[in-house]
Design a binder for this molecule. Sequence first.
Ligand SMILES: Nc1nc2c(ncn2[C@@H]2O[C@H](COP(=O)(O)OP(=O)(O)OP(=O)(O)O)[C@@H](O)[C@H]2O)c(=O)[nH]1
Length: 744
Amino acid sequence: MDNHERKSSSSTSTTGSLADLGSLASLLPHEAMLMAIGGGAAVRPEGVPGRVPVEREQALFGELHLLAPIGYFLLDGDSTTILQTNLVGADQIGIDRLAPDRHRFRSFVAPRFLGDFDAWLARVRSSSKPLRCQLQLTARRGDQGIPVTLIGHAGSQYLSLTVEPAEGRLTLVEQSEERFRRIVQTASEGIWELDTSARTTFVNPRMADMLGYRIEEMLEQPLVHFMDTEGRSILERNIARRQQGMAQRREFKFIRKDGAELWVHLASNPIFDARGNYRGALALASDITEHKESADLAWHQANFDSLTGLPNRNMFHDRLRHEMRKARRDGAFLALLFIDLDQFKQINDSFGHDQGDALLVEATRRIGDCMRASDTLARIGGDEFVAILPGLAHVQDAERVAEDVIGVLNRPFDLSGQQGHISGSVGIALYPSDAADAEELLRHADQAMYAAKNGGRNRYSYFTPDMQAQAQQRMRLAADLRRAVARQEFELYYQPIINLQSGVIERAEALLRWHHPERGLLNPGEFIAGAESSGVLQEIGDWAFRSAADQVQAWQKELGRPFSISINQSPGQLRTDNQRWQGHVTGLALPPRSIVIDVPEDLLNEPNGEALAQLRRLRAMGLQVALDDYGTGHAALSQLKKSEIDYLKIDRSFVSGLTGDDGDLALCEAIIVLAHKLGLEVVAEGVESEAQLGLLREAGCDYAQGYVYARPAPASELLALARAGAVPALTADGGVGRNGVSAA
Ligand SMILES: Nc1nc2c(ncn2[C@@H]2O[C@H](COP(=O)(O)OP(=O)(O)OP(=O)(O)O)[C@@H](O)[C@H]2O)c(=O)[nH]1
């Protein structure tokens, strides 16, 4: 056994070059060859530290015996009945390998050598070592004997025998090689051999044919040459695994020479040399393109709606569960929109089913346009669609999508030259607040959609009453704001800003007020967020800017001296394109520095700097910039230096603590010194007492505004104050009336 194993295993360790099937193929009988390349046998030489388990190793040796180019026999120790033999052995004596036990080995010994054989056998039986003997075997009675060398080794019951032709060994190898060449050339499977860099060293005609190349065109080409990008990345991982000695079986997509896809099932095996070094891989490829295409088609049919191409209910459920898992993991929330077309039946009835279909397709396109790439839109019934909106920052984002969907469905549909009109009802349910699982979430979104239908259709509805109430409030506010713009219900109030050295009003801050028909006069805090979420803010912002600019020009004329105005801008307002203001300022022939844009401190920290870029553009137009509520945000000092700022406005919270808190005084002094060093002027906000004024003046503050001088008031009142010249401070409690400014 030892001899066999050593011979077999070393002779079957392939060298990696199969360009002419010279090494592996020439050594392996066809049956075993197919087992090796198709069956995942990594042919690893003896002595290589094993990843191959013991049972597998035994199986491998079994295969090696089977493949060995010498005869191998296992005999009954007494009778010499043949219990097992390999392919070459069966060939040598002309028996059926699978039914060897009908024969005794002794009957194949040429008669004139029987004496030698028996004597040698007796010695083998009593020896612990393998023993040799030269004699001749005859396959059939009357055949000429073939000279062979027998090597026999006795075990406890059995006797193992190798039969090596004394001459003609080469012929056997050649026969074996020829047999393989035939198999490989005519195989209906593709055979592909690669070297260590995954370059093609051999392909059989079938493999070349599958890919539409000639064999010569494929040789030397790397495997990736026949793949697309996706395949390449899978392959790179695979090659790494193969180098670790792992057999691989998987489906691969190749690209044929004519550009068509070729799907193959590839069973690939690493090849190692006698020292255990990786030398490449041998792969067996079966064309599964047809099967794949029909499987893909079946999968597509099972998961997608054939009319619209959208995911169907099946796929929708998968995606919803996936997105819900993700939301749970990320601690995020998602919204599910249930969209049902209103009175769609009438379209079918009036225009016919085909036109109904056309409308569904167009509705799909329009609804899809309202979604982000990360959203999923699915059709789960006749005129029922659902949209999964993951990763939302605000509930209002879902609401906005619902509004957009309703909006696009309201537009007329062209149905072969005629106009069709429909609308949509949308139900919104949120995860995790409205449901624990996917089924419940869908049910709740469906119920919300019915609430929208019952509410009169062409609208959206939330699942929970609270959310619904809040949404209705937001909707009311948005509608009110739109109406307010049209009806000019906004007014700018002005609070004077006084030069602390001269006591003269040099500037004023414009503050937006809304004369709400029912709720009275509203401050910005009560409606700006609503204006931003309902998209009215830009319109209001534009109006405020123009009004303030008009106003300051009028005052400059009236007063006959420079006067400037501060206008508050939120980052949201600044992000919109404000280049159009330039035309207005130029049209007024107003010195641009008469307008100061007040921006919150945190704007300087915006990561993408979009609003900051807009701010720079405004400054380039000649407008000035003030950093509002300074000290409450997180602007780094370095940002202050870099940013193009003209004024710092000290937040009222520091000013109010000035008289009682040494820390606040120190802070105000520090801000003033810092600002002056950076070439900025300082405005103190919310000054309410003469004591605060005194300290600010002493600290070198440039400007002040606050109740100590005047509350925000309509434009006419500010003009009266400005005309009066130096403004005296009011009483310490900030009482009003001395200078005629009424509380606003
Ligand atoms: N053209 C067309 N019609 C379909 C398809 N699938 C379902 N329908 C029709 O769509 C209509 C759906 O009607 P419903 O949702 O019950 O009612 P509706 O007319 O939309 O009225 P409301 O939903 O109550 O506003 C039915 O008339 C179905 O026959 C389809 O694939 N193509």
